[in-house]
Design a protein around this ligand. Structure first.
Ligand code: AHG
Ligand code: MN
Ligand code: MN
Length: 327
């Protein structure tokens, strides 16, 4: 079978050469991060650093290394005006007059690195304002709906790049022999219904009531109100959990719980919920806080956190109905 390479695909789908340069820089970064991950313990890149990131989380060596790779490649492509990341308190300026902003989670699921379980890189491409506005923090606060492109790389048994420029979600696989991404699936699809859910069950007693009720009903299986048996999965890398949903369906929840009420949730809006939610919606699924579509939220700050429910539209709508009933 003849596979289409990422560069050829981008040229076929996108007219704007600047956007192509941004996406190629992101893909190159993911190849480099993938190579470091594959070297793992051999390259002494595993383990934690002394430092903490802006969220007060201990940084892994690979969090920092991945962040540096993205900053370098995106600045060098010449089409990115500024970059923001989970690992940096403030955005970094790149090419002043360039047309795009990129916000990213350089390494998602980093608690999984040392145990050799899948991790990923998540990115969101936004339109940049005029050059003289680039230091205004407000330029980043664009609703998820306005994303120009979004995607992620998953570093699993194979490395794959999942990408959308607003016309469906497409999967590319990294050929380790050529270091090139090749198209391996067009138009990924999240079925309307599912019998598989993903949530960290250890937090159950802290969840809000609608989520407690939802999961209780799922666990009642055939004998309960949902009248079917559900299976459960939780990798604890959002990239891996969402990738499973884009591949074989399902619903994913990281709800609010009473210990994280004041911070608004666990997952980050700008570089986790928005890009992943946009991909899921493009693939026919739904993404919500429980009270409405995440993509319509007007962000209040760069590192904002939100409750996330995404995947099979039937399940996410059911969750929204439970939230409404208990409001
Ligand atoms: P990150 O490694 O970028 O901080 O993100 C980790 C996130 C997300 O990937 C995952 O869904 C969630 O944390 C797992 O949380 P728990 O450890 O609470 O299950
Ligand atoms: Mn993350
Ligand atoms: Mn991260």
């Amino acid at each position: 079978m003849k596979h289409t390479g990422l560069s050829v695909f981008l040229q076929q789908q996108i007219e704007d050469q600047s956007l192509i340069r941004v996406l190629e820089a992101l893909a190159r970064s993911c190849v480099r991060i993938s190579t470091s991950l594959r070297q793992g313990a051999l390259a002494d890149v595993l383990g934690a650093l002394e430092s903490e990131n802006v969220q007060g989380e201990t940084q892994k060596k690979l969090d920092v290394l991945s962040n540096d790779v993205l900053l370098h490649e995106l600045a060098a492509c010449g089409a990115v005006a500024a970059m923001a990341s989970e690992e940096m308190e403030d955005p970094v300026l790149a090419a002043g007059k360039a047309p795009y902003l990129v916000v990213f989670d350089p390494l998602d699921g980093s608690s999984n690195i040392d145990v050799n379980v899948s991790v990923g890189t998540i990115f969101s491409v936004l339109l940049a304002p005029k050059a003289n506005e680039l230091t205004d923090p407000g330029i980043w606060l664009q609703p998820g709906r306005t994303q120009v492109a979004a995607g992620y790389a998953i570093y699993g048994p194979s490395t794959q790049l999942i990408l959308s420029v607003g016309q469906g979600v497409h999967q590319f696989s990294l050929d380790p022999l050529t270091s090139q991404f090749v198209l391996t699936q067009e138009r990924m699809h999240v079925p309307e219904a599912t019998a598989e859910f993903a949530i960290n069950m250890s937090n159950q007693r802290f969840w809000e009531r609608p989520v407690q009720q939802y999961v209780t009903e799922l666990l009642q299986g055939k004998e309960g109100p949902r009248a079917k048996n559900y299976n459960m999965r939780w990798v604890a890398s959002m990239v891996a959990d969402v990738h499973r949903i884009l591949t074989r369906g399902g619903v994913f929840l990281y709800p609010l719980d009473e210990r994280i009420l004041s911070q608004g949730g666990k997952l980050r809006l700008m570089y986790e919920a928005n890009p992943m939610g946009w991909l899921v919606e493009q693939a026919g699924g739904r993404v919500s806080t429980g009270h409405g579509c995440i993509l319509d939220l007007r962000p209040e700050k760069l590192h904002q956190r939100v409750p996330v429910m995404l995947g099979a539209a039937e399940e996410v709508r059911y969750l929204e109905a439970l939230h409404k009933a208990q409001a």
